[in-house]
Write a protein that binds this ligand. Structure first.
Ligand code: ZN
Length: 77
């Protein structure tokens, strides 16, 4: 989780990226909910992994691709 291989800031080109999570007001993780989820899915959202560039402050978010495929209809692609 800590260092995504080859992650580079798309703004300033720095490789000084720090991993973390975006959190809401109560400290819970911010989730991404795909528009087309299966209606019977128990957990219709995936957690986001965030990276901040320590040189310019740009934030990048990545989602759990396997989880996103599981809750949408893209599982068999
Ligand atoms: Zn940067």
């Amino acid at each position: 989780m800590r260092s995504r291989f080859g992650l580079k800031c798309m703004k300033c080109g720095s490789e000084n990226m720090e991993a973390g999570h975006a959190t809401g007001g109560l400290g819970g993780p911010v989730m991404f909910r795909p528009r087309n989820t299966k209606f019977w899915t128990l957990k219709p959202a995936v957690e986001l992994e965030a990276y901040i560039c320590l040189d310019c402050g740009r934030l990048e978010f990545y989602g759990d691709t396997l989880g996103a495929k599981r809750i949408t209809d893209k599982e068999c692609d």
